[in-house]
Write a protein that binds this ligand. Structure first.
Ligand code: CTP
Ligand code: MG
Length: 375
């Protein structure tokens, strides 16, 4: 009977595939939106370069990591190589420039706010200050933008996420659905103790690294490791490829060495031995976080492509305001647990939401309407 139930579930779930794909397609930002973002960024670059000719301006976050849905804010990092700078002073100067500059025929961005100790993903949280930011809005397009100073690690982890997204389209599809669900259900707010979009994308990457056969490899695994993977070609020929994946990209940021295999075009087809549909993966994702994840002991780690223990990370007890109730290791800043904002109460909320999603996908005849129902 159990087998029958599983079979039915498999068939029913796969029937939802077209619906999930349609939702994914509807969330992709249109090309003209990307063009407008680029134009706005170029305007900012021009203004900034006048004051700091040596500085670099980078887009990070969802507009650059390929997990941005339509109408996302732009996250921008101003990188200034000067150990002595005071970030708040630079931000005030930047705000000043943005208000007073008068480039001809250019409508200047409107300064919305300056947060001296707040971060783009939790700007309402007084106690969780990580990165000071300036908030802007482009009056011509309505595009909003957060600028921070020297948050170069975020630029690098943005590239890592973008590179993962190129290996198998199911990552982007799954992450869009999960982010859409998290926003609809109100569990995407670090200032309320739930998780950032960045954390959700890492959960998706980790989940796809864990499928059998794996859908994603581990790009940061030890250099010169041999990776064997099967590629299924048309007419069901199966090829096994053996590749050396060394660290083809390496930078040191804030004393942290960030290195991984970034020639991802060579890894297309990596997951083709796994035929799971997006609907099935969405269901399995929620099922994992609802019923299989070991909250008491496990740390998910994209860096190692495995599950680590809280014990080995020394994440067994609360440290000030940081708790380790749901543990998601940052791929580069490995002492950073992205779940640190989650407390006892918000963990309960999160787990109930995972269970709700898993149960809806299992039992509801029309699950998509209920799954994304505003909370
Ligand atoms: N980031 C980080 N560490 C965190 C949170 C965020 O390094 N604890 C960086 C990541 O580079 C991330 C970016 O900040 O891509 C923006 O974070 P977030 O707003 O969570 O993700 P987005 O991808 O921009 O998602 P959204 O579409 O919700 O804006
Ligand atoms: Mg963002």
């Amino acid at each position: 009977r159990m087998l029958k139930r599983q079979m039915r579930c498999r068939l029913d779930i796969d029937r939802l595939n077209a619906v999930f794909l349609a939702i994914y397609e509807s969330l992709i930002p249109p090309e003209e939106e990307k063009v407008k973002q680029k134009q706005f960024f170029m305007l900012l670059e021009k203004l900034v370069n006048k004051e700091w000719p040596e500085a670099g301006l980078y887009i990070y976050g969802s507009c650059a990591n390929s997990f941005g849905v339509s109408k996302s804010d732009i996250d921008v990092c101003l990188a200034i190589e000067d150990a002595e700078i005071n970030k708040s002073e630079v931000l005030l100067k930047l705000a000043d420039i943005l208000q007073s500059d008068n480039l001809q025929n250019v409508q200047l961005p409107i300064l919305l706010d300056i947060f001296r100790g707040f971060c783009s993903c939790c700007s309402k949280a007084l106690t969780r200050a990580r990165v000071p930011i300036v908030k802007l809005m482009d009056p011509a397009t309505g595009i909003s933008c957060d600028i921070c100073i020297n948050n170069v690690l975020a630029v690098v982890n943005t590239k890592l996420l973008r590179d993962y997204a190129q290996i198998d389209v199911r990552l982007r599809q799954l992450a869009f659905i999960v982010k859409h669900w998290a926003k609809s259900r109100g569990v995407n707010a670090t200032y309320q103790g739930t998780l950032s979009s960045y954390a959700y994308v890492l959960m998706c990457i980790h989940f796809l690294q864990q499928r059998r056969p794996a859908i994603l490899p581990c790009l940061q695994c030890d250099s010169s490791r041999r990776m064997v993977f099967s590629v299924v070609l048309p007419k069901h020929c199966l090829f096994s490829l053996v590749m050396e994946i060394g660290h083809t990209y390496s930078v040191t940021v804030d004393d942290i060495q960030c290195a991984y295999f970034d020639q991802v075009e060579k890894l297309r087809g990596f997951g083709s031995g796994n035929k799971e549909t997006i609907a099935r993966l969405v269901w399995a994702f929620f099922n994992y976080w609802a019923y299989s994840h070991d909250y008491a002991n496990a740390v998910i780690s994209v860096r190692t492509g495995s599950i680590l223990s809280k014990h080995e990370k020394e994440w067994t007890r609360r440290n000030g305001n940081d708790r380790h109730l749901i543990c998601i290791e940052d791929p580069f800043e490995i002492s950073h647990d992205l779940g640190r904002v989650v407390d006892k109460f918000s963990l309960k909320v999160l787990r109930e939401e995972f269970e709700r999603a898993a149960d809806i996908l299992h039992n509801d005849p029309n699950p998509c309407a209920t799954l994304f129902e505003p909370y």
